[in-house]
Design a protein around this ligand. Structure first.
Ligand SMILES: *Cc1c(COP(=O)(O)O)cnc(C)c1O
Length: 399
């Protein structure tokens, strides 16, 4: 039998759960794209996005997923033959490198593996060795969604400044924005990337590139920029269609406006970050308890280096895939695959799974996902420590 009838729960690290309120505002006839409500709501929407990224600088909005804004960001500050230093802590760091290489950019990879965060000392050493300042930008993922590693962006900024290197710092915040604390201006980030379908609670299809004055100066150096990716008019349009270099993503904008209203109603970013941090601690308490016996293990050992948006778990092949299939079929909870964790011994990454805990999420959703995992561990006879749900409930009780 199955106990999955009822509301399904997509507990993967993006696309995340879409609030009914977001879906409801999108259920409407198409608006006029030349004047009226849609055009008039843009300044508030931009202001709301600035608040989420903690910046007073510009933002360009693209009808694109994360891969799109990866390319958009690079295309505005780099051209063929330029060099970047890329700090990799998982699959997504390498994904951005692939986009850069396809644009003819030379990528120097600093690899930190799948279980440890970026080490700022190594960044400093790599930049110190770049005596003639060939490296034009440092690319990093704030949270790599494959490994669930949280990187210290401000510490990388400090490493760049320590050697007085002129490179831009460009941060992929696609998984983290709206979940893990991120302060673009205070941390000295030049370019930050986000997408609609993770912490921002909107369906996939819209991406954001935030950029400061130093990034604008880098843009000015380029002889030629793709007309479509160029952020100049998008961020400061004279007429509405320039925001999107064509027709606006009308319904996504209504959804985004509602999501930003929800963030505001919750009490702004501090409240949203606190909720994520608290729920993440409940998730970790459960996984740490399960890991006391049997094969289950958190991918990131040190809580200080764990994201509040997603948790990557090692459980040994084939337990990861079996557990995912069990929770989906029997309880209606869909867990994330072990993305980028494949190896020769485990070519399909069957020994991994991920739990997304980003965006529109509250205590019963987290407890529901955790109790489904608990049931799966029991049903599949996977050895595990006792008391995980109690441990999570105790963290919830501290709220
Ligand atoms: C999801 C994600 C991406 C890719 O986004 P797509 O919308 O799937 O193209 C890139 N980077 C990070 C950190 C992500 O979490």
């Amino acid at each position: 039998m199955t106990l999955s009838f009822g509301r399904p729960f997509l507990a993967i690290p993006g696309p995340s759960v879409m609030p009914d309120r977001v879906l409801a505002v999108m259920h409407r006839p198409g608006p006029n794209i030349y004047e009226g409500e849609l055009v008039e709501m843009m300044p508030d929407l931009i202001e709301g996005l600035r608040g989420v990224a903690r910046t007073r600088h510009d933002v360009a909005i693209y009808i694109a997923n994360g891969h799109g804004v990866w390319e958009a960001a690079l295309a505005n500050v780099l051209s063929e033959g330029d060099k970047v230093l890329s700090l990799c802590t998982g699959r997504f760091g390498h994904g951005w490198n692939e986009i850069a290489e396809a644009l003819g950019i030379e990528v120097q990879v600093e690899e930190f593996g799948m279980r440890a965060p970026v080490d700022p000392d190594r960044v400093e050493a790599a930049l110190r060795a770049d005596k003639d300042h060939k490296i034009r930008a440092v690319l990093m993922t704030h949270v790599d969604t494959s490994t669930s590693i949280l990187n210290d962006v401000a510490a990388v900024r400090a490493a760049i400044d320590a050697v007085q290197h002129p490179a831009l710092i460009m941060a992929d915040c696609i998984a983290s924005m709206g979940c893990d604390r991120f302060e673009m201006d205070a941390w000295g980030v030049d370019v930050a990337l986000a997408a609609s379908q993770k912490g921002l609670m909107v369906p996939p299809g819209v991406g954001f590139v935030f950029f400061n004055d130093k990034a604008i100066a880098a843009r000015a150096r380029l002889g030629r920029v793709s007309r479509y990716w160029d952020w100049t008019d998008r961020a400061n349009p004279e007429v509405f269609y320039q925001y999107f270099a064509g027709t606006a993503p009308t319904h996504h904008l209504y959804g985004l406006k509602e999501a930003l209203t929800m963030i505001h109603e919750e009490g702004g970013m501090e409240a949203v970050w606190n909720r994520h941090a608290h729920l993440a601690r409940a998730v970790w308490a459960a996984f740490e308890t399960w890991s006391q016996d049997g094969p289950l293990e958190l991918n990131v050992a040190n809580p200080a280096h764990r994201s509040c948006a997603v948790t990557s778990i090692r459980i040994g092949a084939p337990h990861g895939t079996m557990l995912r299939r069990w929770t989906e079929e029997k309880t209606g909870v869909t867990l994330g695959i072990g993305l980028g964790m494949d190896s020769e011994e485990d070519p399909n990454a069957d020994g991994f799974f991920r739990l997304g805990h980003m965006g529109h999420l509250n205590a019963p959703m987290v407890m529901g996902a955790l109790s489904s995992i608990q049931s799966g561990l029991i049903a599949l006879d996977i050895p595990h420590g006792d008391g995980a749900l109690d441990a999570a409930a105790r963290v919830i009780a501290e709220a």
